[in-house]
Write a protein that binds this ligand. Structure first.
Ligand code: ZN
Length: 250
């Protein structure tokens, strides 16, 4: 056997040993048989033993991003693929979601009563963005606005995250406890977050029970930012009697 062949064989043995000994360095719940959950495999390349990143790493990163987004629990339930289209308006919504994902520009705004599938569509969009490597944050309006209005250090940090995160999904914008009109503090905080995202052109997804006209009535500046950034992605689902919706693009 030639010296180089012998060296390669030795190196391969060393790699095999490393690969068999080092296991389960990553305990994120994902199981990869290829690297035994190291995230890399030892391989012989050009006469050297090197650690090569495993193909499970992007998957693990996307799981991590999903966990950080606050949406991982609903990802199993909602995807764009399993959004059922049984009428024309649903088809149009699904189409605009895919178009938004293709362009990855501006904002996505969907208004309609609960049960119209707004959360399903928006979660489906977020899921695709996370898979594509984007950092996404879920903001359930009523919960987060309550935390922000404590005006403590934690509130400031939360607000900064919501302003700066790559993609923000605001669920149920301007929802209030007992169907009251949003307070001036609610409007001010919405404006601070949305205006920052408007100026810095950050992707934002908004679902709400209030249509764009109602948002304008609450606050002209907030409505204006949303209308300008969402343009063709403004969807109003109108409820005509029980479970009978129709669609209105603005
Ligand atoms: Zn792996």
């Amino acid at each position: 056997m030639e010296t180089s062949d012998r060296l390669t064989k030795l190196l391969q043995e060393s790699c095999d040993l490393t690969n068999s000994r080092v296991k389960n360095l990553l305990n994120d719940g994902y199981n990869c048989e290829k690297c035994c959950n190291r995230g890399w495999t030892a391989q012989v390349i050009n006469g050297y033993e090197v650690a090569v990143e495993c193909e499970c790493v992007p998957v693990r990163n996307s799981i991590l991003r999903a966990q950080k987004s606050g949406l991982s629990a609903v990802f199993k339930k909602y995807s764009l693929d399993n959004y059922k289209v049984s009428s024309e308006w649903q088809g149009k919504i699904k189409k605009s979601a895919y178009e938004f994902l293709e362009n990855k520009k501006g904002w996505f705004f969907i208004a309609g009563q609960s049960g119209a599938g707004k959360t399903h569509i928006c979660t489906g969009i977020c899921r695709e963005l996370i898979k594509a490597g984007y950092r996404v944050k879920y903001m359930l309006w009523l919960d987060e606005i309550y935390k922000i209005k404590k005006f403590d250090e934690e509130a400031e940090n939360l607000k900064e995250t919501l302003k700066n995160i790559e993609v923000l999904y605001i669920d149920d914008l301007f929802k209030t406890d007992k169907n009251e009109v949003p307070s001036s503090a609610d409007v001010r905080i919405a404006m601070e977050i949305l205006n920052f995202r408007y100026i810095n052109n950050k992707m934002t997804i908004i679902s709400t029970e209030k249509n764009i006209t109602e948002i304008f009535n609450i606050d002209v500046a907030v409505g204006g930012r949303i209308a300008e950034m969402s343009k063709e992605n403004i969807i109003n689902i109108k409820n005509e009697k029980e479970k009978n919706y129709r669609l209105n693009f603005v």
